[in-house]
Structure formats: structure tokens, C-alpha cells
Design a protein around this ligand. Structure first.
Ligand SMILES: Cc1cc2nc3c(=O)[nH]c(=O)nc-3n(C[C@H](O)[C@H](O)[C@H](O)COP(=O)(O)OP(=O)(O)OC[C@H]3O[C@@H](n4cnc5c(N)ncnc54)[C@H](O)[C@@H]3O)c2cc1C
Length: 494
């Protein structure tokens, strides 16, 4: 395998695989994927906690070009999702162009050679185009709680689940009540002797319309693929309809009644209900779905505490000063979103990191994909490209196609550098910021990982998925293009 491909892709998660497939489909075979893990799958390789699965129906949480008629459930579990991405990568010949066990540690734009110089644990690679797909929810975060280092029991993050640690009969503290905790709490509740859930802010929980897909339906999907397409379209259309409420905070308050009803139907204790009732509008934080989370919290050996404040050698202490004696702490505290590692290891032609470009102002990109000052760099799931109501795969596919179209245009026209025009970048981000104002993410009255420290929304796409697919089309007019000036030696050779 080459060390100087035309395109170097960082990461072999759903985004990296989709990029490789899109490049191949566009006739560009000169690419290489570097992946620090030992297999494809990204999120679905890393997260193996009990109950891990997607919270978007599987027929939509899959590539549109690679439908899977065999999903076992409406919302499939992690092992099945991982098998899907592996199979998809295999079917499209992606494995042959991945170097596993290679971590990118630094990448710098060479403004003279018009190439990216990419440092890895396997030495230097160079590439004309860098497609960074290291995952938006990849680096686990653990709060810096005083005393944590002195805890004598076992502590781990949900994304690094300790499968050797049997939870049977244990006294367990769960810190964090986000999308992962809501999935593993019901799975471990029957095993443990005591469960102490430390909750900073409660989230709205909607019922999960999950069921096994009957064999007859799976066979129908396989024999008549149009039926599977129809199901996928139905799921998409239903989510787009909910998306309208995301854009109108007042409308969302009506939908919120369903979540309140769900809470009242499942939680009898008025104190627990009060503790679990959010004080923001549904959708302001990521919407959680579960049928068994509230019943789990209602069990007699489970206690819901306010946020964890500190840890002693044998206990977790809440902000109310009450200590819960435990022998295991599980962090369901999510991932590093606000300051992604990639921003610290990607440098422009002057040696300035992306993080330093973003310092003092909200992270921004053009169409969540290209960045002023960073030619030939495409980032996956960058700022403001994730609609809160959709499968992230819709974004990923659109971005992968964008990269392939851009690389194709470069090859056809002999361009060696593409720079997004600063005015295009600025106008686009002004439109995004103004469209976000009335959305539930901004107007819903919460602080979430969608917002940065200054309250600026750096995560969400404010419009529909249809608009995202339509807008994410490569237009060369949005870019300043250049041909590299040839060196005298090259000039002579030419
Ligand atoms: C538990 C969980 C559940 C989720 N459920 C849903 C869901 O239901 N619906 C939804 O739409 N989204 C969901 N998401 C979001 C999810 O992250 C995306 O759906 C998807 O996995 C993003 O794909 P990706 O390829 O961009 O990133 P990832 O899947 O995170 O893959 C990134 C890959 O890059 C590699 N990598 C990272 N850094 C480097 C480096 N420096 N060098 C080399 N390789 C590197 C990683 O090892 C990894 O394999 C979920 C996320 C989590 C964590």
C-alpha cells in the first residue's frame, strides 16, 4: 500500500467506510484509510456496553446504497450494527485499502507542495486530500471529581466497558444519565444489589417503538427490495415531520406532552417524578427513547441522586452531601464534543492548529465539511451538520459524496488546492446562526453539548434532512482553486 495516496481518510467508522465507497464509486481508487483500531465500525466497535444499540430505526441507520433486509429488530443492537458495517466494508472492497493499528498524530498542510503531511504511529504519509472522519463522539469524557483517584473499587466509562468485572451483587454508582446510561441501566439493574444513579439534569424520555421484525417481513424485504425502501422512506418521512417541531420551539412543547405522559404512566412516586422531570423543552438536549429506563429507576434497590460532587475511597458523594457506599463506578458521561481531538492535531500552512483558529470564536465550517484556511481538508460531522431528528448516516452519505465529487473535480481540472471562499464561509454561517435562533436547541432553555461555552450552537443543522442532502453538493464556485506552481525540475520534465 502506498504512503502517498491522492486521498487519505482518517478513521474506518461509518464515515470512513462511506468515503471509501464513494471514492471507489467515482472511479478514484488512489485512496488509503488509516484506522487506529483493529477493525472497521468506529462507534459500534468501541461501545460494547450491555444494551448498546441505535436510537434511530435500523432501516434508516444504514446506508441507502446498501440496504439490509435482515435487521432483526426495528432498533437493532450493537453487535448486529457492527456486523452490518463490517459486511458493507467487505462487500465494497474497502478492507483492502485500510491500514489498521495506525493512529494519526498530526497533519500539516504543505502550502508549497500542496499536500498534507500526515504523521502517524506508522511514520509519515502524504496526501493531496485529507478526509478526517475520527468520529464526533469518540473520546470518552470523565468528570474530574475530587477524590476519584483514591476510589478503591472498580471504575470505568461506558465506552470502555469492563466485561471482566461481574456486576452481580455489586453496589454500583452510575454517573451521568445520557443516551448510553439510559441503555445500560435497565440491563444491569436486575444483577446489582444497589444502584445509585447520579443525575445532573434529567432528560425527556419518549417511548421506544421497538419490536422484533418477523421473519416473513424480512423475507419480503429481501425478495421485494422496494418494500424495504418503502419502510425506510416511511421512517424518514416520520422523522422529517418531527423535525418541523424541532424548528418551532412552541410546537415542540405540544409533542412534549407525550414524554410527560410516558413519565406519569411509568413512574408512580411523586418525588421520583419530580426528580425526573426536565425543566427544558423536549429536543433541547438529545431526545432519549426507552420503555424500561423509568421502570428500572423505580425499583426498590435503585436511588436517583443529584449530580456527583466528589468521591471517597468507598463512596460517591452527591451535591446534596449524601454519600452512597459503592464498590463500582460506571461513567455514562459521554464524549469530548466541544473540543474534538482532531482540532488539536490538524495544522494549516503556517503551523496554526484548527483549535487555535477556533479559539475565542465558535467552531465553524462550510457545510460542516470544509474550513477556511485549511485547503483540501474535509471533516466529517463537523460544526452544525447534524440534524437532531435524523440518522447521522444521512449526513455521512451526503458528506462522502461531497468529498468524492470534489476530488473528482480536482482530478478532472488539474486543481491541486481547493480553498473555501471566506465570504461563502461567512454568509453560510450567518444563515445557520439565524436559522438556529427559533429552534428548540437554542430556545428550549437548556445547556447541552450542542452549545459551546458561550452558548453558541456548534452542532446542529437547523433545517430538514432533505435540505441537507440538496445543499451538500460540491460547487466549485464556492472555492478558490489553484494549480501548484511547478518547480524548475518538474517544469523541465513536463
Ligand atoms: C453509543 C452511541 C450510540 C449512537 N447511536 C446513534 C444512533 O442511534 N443514531 C445516530 O444517528 N447516531 C448515533 N451515534 C453517533 C455515532 O457516532 C455515529 O452514528 C457514527 O458512528 C459516526 O461515524 P464516524 O465514522 O464519523 O465516527 P466513529 O464511528 O466514531 O468512527 C471513527 C473512527 O475513527 C478512528 N479514529 C479516531 N481517531 C483516529 C486517529 N487519530 N487516527 C486513526 N483513526 C482514528 C476511530 O478508532 C474510529 O474507528 C451514536 C454514538 C454512540 C457513541
Amino acid at each position: 500500500m502506498t504512503r502517498d495516496p491522492r486521498v487519505l481518510v482518517i478513521g474506518a467508522g461509518p464515515s470512513g467506510i462511506a468515503t471509501a465507497i464513494a471514492l471507489r464509486a467515482a472511479g478514484i481508487s488512489d485512496y488509503l484509510v488509516v484506522e487506529k483500531g483493529d477493525d472497521v465500525g468506529g462507534t459500534w466497535r468501541e461501545n460494547t456496553y450491555p444494551g448498546c444499540g441505535c436510537d434511530v430505526p435500523s432501516h434508516w441507520y444504514s446506508y441507502s446504497f446498501d440496504p439490509n433486509p435482515f435487521w432483526s429488530r426495528f432498533y437493532s443492537p450493537q453487535p448486529e450494527i457492527l456486523r452490518y458495517f463490517r459486511a458493507s466494508a467487505r462487500r465494497h472492497g474497502v478492507y483492502d485499502q485500510i491500514r489498521f493499528g495506525v493512529r494519526v498524530t498530526g497533519a500539516r498542510w504543505d502550502a508549497t507542495a500542496h499536500r498534507w503531511l500526515v504523521d502517524t504511529t506508522d511514520g509519515r504519509y502524504t496526501a493531496s486530500v485529507l478526509a478526517a472522519a475520527p468520529g464526533p463522539l469518540h473520546e470518552p469524557t470523565t468528570p474530574t471529581l475530587p477524590g476519584l483517584k483514591r476510589f478503591t473499587g472498580t471504575a470505568f466509562h461506558s465506552a470502555r466497558w469492563n466485561h471482566d468485572h461481574d456486576l452481580t451483587g455489586r453496589r454500583v454508582a452510575v454517573i451521568g444519565t445520557g443516551a448510553s446510561a439510559i441503555q445500560f441501566v435497565p440491563e444491569i439493574v436486575s444483577k446489582v444489589a444497589e444502584l445509585h444513579v447520579f443525575q445532573r439534569t434529567p432528560s425527556w424520555v419518549l417511548p421506544k417503538l421497538d419490536f422484533p421484525i418477523p421473519l416473513a417481513a424480512r423475507m419480503l424485504f429481501q425478495r421485494a427490495p422496494i418494500t424495504e425502501r418503502a419502510v425506510r422512506f416511511g421512517i424518514y418521512a416520520a422523522h422529517e415531520a418531527i423535525g418541523v417541531a424541532f424548528r418551532h420551539e412552541r410546537l415542540m412543547r405540544r409533542v412534549q406532552r407525550l414524554a410527560r405522559l410516558h413519565l406519569y404512566a411509568q413512574v408512580r412516586s411523586p418525588e421520583l417524578r419530580a426528580a425526573l422531570t426536565p425543566r427544558f423543552t423536549l429536543g433541547c438536549k438529545r431526545i432519549l427513547i426507552s420503555n424500561d429506563y423509568y421502570p428500572a429507576l423505580s425499583r426498590p434497590h435503585v436511588r436517583v441522586h443529584p449530580a456527583a460532587a466528589s468521591v471517597t475511597p468507598h463512596a460517591v458523594v452527591g451535591t446534596d452531601g449524601e454519600a452512597a457506599e459503592v464498590d463500582t463506578v460506571i461513567f455514562g458521561t459521554g464524549f469530548e464534543v466541544a473540543s474534538p481531538p482532531v482540532a488539536r492535531y490538524v495544522f494549516d500552512g503556517d503551523g496554526r492548529s484548527l483549535a487555535s483558529h477556533w479559539e475565542g470564536r465558535p467552531p465553524s465550517a462550510y457545510l460542516g465539511t470544509t474550513l477556511a484556511g485549511f485547503p483540501n481538508l474535509f471533516v466529517f460531522l463537523g460544526p452544525n451538520i447534524a440534524p437532531g431528528h435524523a440518522s447521522v448516516l444521512s449526513t455521512i452519505e451526503a458528506q462522502a459524496r461531497y468529498v468524492a465529487d470534489a476530488v473528482g473535480a480536482m482530478a478532472r481540472n488539474g486543481w491541486t488546492a481547493l480553498r473555501v471562499r471566506p465570504e461563502v464561509h461567512r454568509r453560510y454561517n450567518e444563515a445557520v446562526a439565524s436559522a438556529l435562533e427559533p429552534t428548540v436547541y437554542n430556545a428550549g432553555g437548556c445547556t447541552s453539548y450542542y452549545l459551546d461555552g458561550s452558548g453558541h450552537n456548534v452542532a446542529n443543522w437547523p433545517w430538514s434532512v432533505a435540505r441537507l442532502s440538496a445543499n451538500l453538493r460540491f460547487r466549485s464556485d464556492d472555492y478558490e482553486v489553484s494549480d501548484r506552481v511547478r518547480s524548475p525540475v518538474e517544469e523541465v520534465r513536463a
